[in-house]
Write a protein that binds this ligand. Structure first.
Ligand code: DAU
Length: 246
């Protein structure tokens, strides 16, 4: 399996916190969130990792380097414009080939890492596995509606005004080669982006096996200023609790 980390985009929603820096490089508990993502993928046994970079490519490359520090091999993939998560997947096809891969948004971290998720996907016949978690404000995310009896996905919708459930898509996705047909079939959304949510809906509509894994621990998505401050508060609380304990 390969890993794909998305660290492109502009980070504009985090001004002024990240005026000069990629939002993925802002530290949470003294460590850039992007380093935590690389470690989570490495800890799941994956060494071949592509990182999609955009306007902040120079900063990301300088901080992460070749990956030798983590015993992984990093390949950088330049995305000239942030045209969407599915667009980032599309431009990574040469790197990914027909391997199964995990895609991880460079501003997301979940409790417990992803080793269990990768094991489950590797030992399954799923074409895709998505991670969902209950949230209070689902309209800020991609949202899944599951069949209450079979727990199969009925539909996925990106940032809905009237969310069909409180289950948000966490920024961690696993795919096999079926994703190539899907990213080529979809059209840009109302916000002008090729949405990975639409590509996964396409897989569901075509009858591919898309497994919804429901995550119950904490999840940090630092993509918005208030979420970033929440993550920093979380890390301060954890480090002061840890130092009180020692
Ligand atoms: O965080 C979870 C959410 O992430 C999901 O619930 C949504 O379904 C999914 O669309 C995504 O929504 P966001 O609006 O939060 O995505 P954002 O534009 O912040 O991009 C996420 C990461 O991907 C970020 O590290 C920047 C990078 N990115 C983004 C775009 C649009 C790229 O590398 N290239 C891109 O074209």
């Amino acid at each position: 399996m390969k890993g794909l980390i998305l660290s492109g985009g502009k980070g504009t929603r985090l001004y002024p916190i990240t005026y000069t820096s990629a939002k993925q490089l802002v530290p949470v508990a003294n460590k850039p969130i992007l380093f935590r993502v690389v470690e989570a993928i490495r800890d799941a046994g994956i060494q071949d990792i592509g990182i999609v970079v955009g306007d902040t490519a120079a900063e990301v490359k300088e901080a992460v380097g070749t990956g030798r520090r983590w015993d992984v091999k990093i390949t950088y993939i330049q995305q000239d414009q942030p045209l969407g998560l599915a667009h980032a997947v599309k431009i990574s096809q040469d790197f990914l080939g027909n391997d199964r891969f995990v895609m991880f948004l460079g501003d997301n971290v979940i409790e417990g890492g992803i080793s269990g998720l990768i094991r489950e996907f590797a030992g399954s016949d799923y074409d895709c596995q998505i991670v969902l978690t209950p949230v209070d404000n689902p309209s800020r995310y991609g949202v899944a509606e599951l069949d209450p009896e079979t727990h199969r996905i009925i539909r996925l919708v990106e940032k809905p005004r009237n969310p069909p459930s409180n289950l948000a898509l966490v920024g961690i996705y696993m795919f096999d080669e079926c994703i190539w047909g899907a990213v080529n079939a979809i059209k840009p959304s109302w916000r002008g982006e090729l949405e990975i949510t639409d590509a996964i809906q396409h897989l569901v509509d075509q009858g591919y096996k898309v497994h919804p894994y429901v995550h119950r621990g904490w999840w940090i998505d630092t993509g918005e200023p208030d979420k970033m401050l929440e993550a920093m508060t979380w890390s301060w609380t954890r480090s002061s609790t840890a130092s009180r304990a020692t």
